[in-house]
Design a protein around this ligand. Structure first.
Ligand code: ARG
Length: 285
């Protein structure tokens, strides 16, 4: 399964190169998606007709989605977002294709038909909801800060971060939190969360705002780092699956899968499994 998944990811990358990046993976046969829109056809039908669901992710976010080396020495993507994506593909009776992209490109990729869904630890913010639709929350999370262990008492509140080099992922809610809570921070925005962690370790940034579960995961493999005190309660309440607007059948189906995963306890199992995997596996940064 994992192997096949990676093959598909590679195939996507190759397709992207061959078409000189004019079409993203999934865009070629997604043309019908736009056409279908006019006819009022739900994206659920299009996905089932093409036999695959293209899910956009930024795989730099353990335990949500991350690259690791599996038992065969292969670089694969794991995490509970991947498990949720697999469950959705199964429920729709189609193959899963993971399309990796920078986090800040994911929302726009939905109306553009480059991906069918986004499952990437995304908060369903009001601003994004103007452009895309969101499922119910599948995971409750808050935001925290990651700092070097020796600085943990230095940054007790967001106000202590004024004037300090604060890192956040470009286009993320954490960027917005930094802008609103620490207006005078020296904001360092990067596309990749793993690079932010490297910058923190190298002393180039002094604190990173990130989802608390991601910060907690990062300290397992980086004992020189620590999760600081400041917590930011997300108004959206957590993470949801994004999709192009006005596809009520697809939305209902995704919500059904989320509900089942919650009720059966499978969601919790996937979260535990992802945390164990991210804590023990050879993570590729
Ligand atoms: N929860 C944050 C947001 O919605 C950040 C998510 C980042 N996800 C990722 N896979 N890097 O903006």
């Amino acid at each position: 399964m994992k192997k096949g998944l990676i093959k598909k990811v590679v195939a996507c990358a190759l397709l992207g190169i061959m078409t000189m990046g004019f079409v993203g993976c999934g865009a070629a046969d997604n043309k019908t998606t736009d056409g279908n829109k006019g006819e009022g056809k739900d994206l659920l039908n299009t996905i089932q007709e093409k036999g695959k669901v293209v899910v956009g992710m930024s795989a730099d976010y353990a335990p949500y989605e991350f690259h690791y080396i599996d038992e065969n020495g292969k670089d694969v993507i794991g995490g509970f977002d991947v498990d949720i994506a697999n469950e959705i593909a199964d429920a729709l009776g189609v193959d899963l294709v993971i399309q990796e992209m920078d986090f800040d490109a994911l929302v726009a990729a939905l109306p553009a038909g480059k991906v069918d869904l986004v499952i990437s630890g995304m908060n369903p913010t009001e601003e994004r909801a103007k452009v895309v639709d969101f499922s119910e929350i599948y995971y409750n999370s808050q935001h925290g800060i990651l700092v070097r262990a020796e600085d943990v008492d230095k940054y007790k509140t967001f106000a202590d971060l004024e004037g300090v080099k604060v890192g956040a992922q470009l286009g993320s809610t954490q960027e917005q939190i930094a802008r609103s809570e620490i207006p005078n921070a020296d904001l360092q925005l990067l596309n990749n969360v793993n690079n932010l962690i490297l910058e923190l370790k190298a002393g180039k940034v002094d604190a990173i705002i990130m989802e608390k579960p991601v910060a907690e995961m990062a300290i397992k493999s980086n004992p020189e780092l620590a999760v600081g005190n400041p917590i930011y309660e997300d108004k959206t309440g957590g993470n949801a699956v994004g999709m192009a607007k006005n596809n009520p059948e697809l939305l209902a189906k995704i919500n059904e899968v989320i509900k089942e995963l919650n009720e059966s306890g499978k969601m919790d199992e996937y979260i535990v499994k992802a945390n164990e995997l991210a804590g023990s596996a050879d993570i590729v940064e």
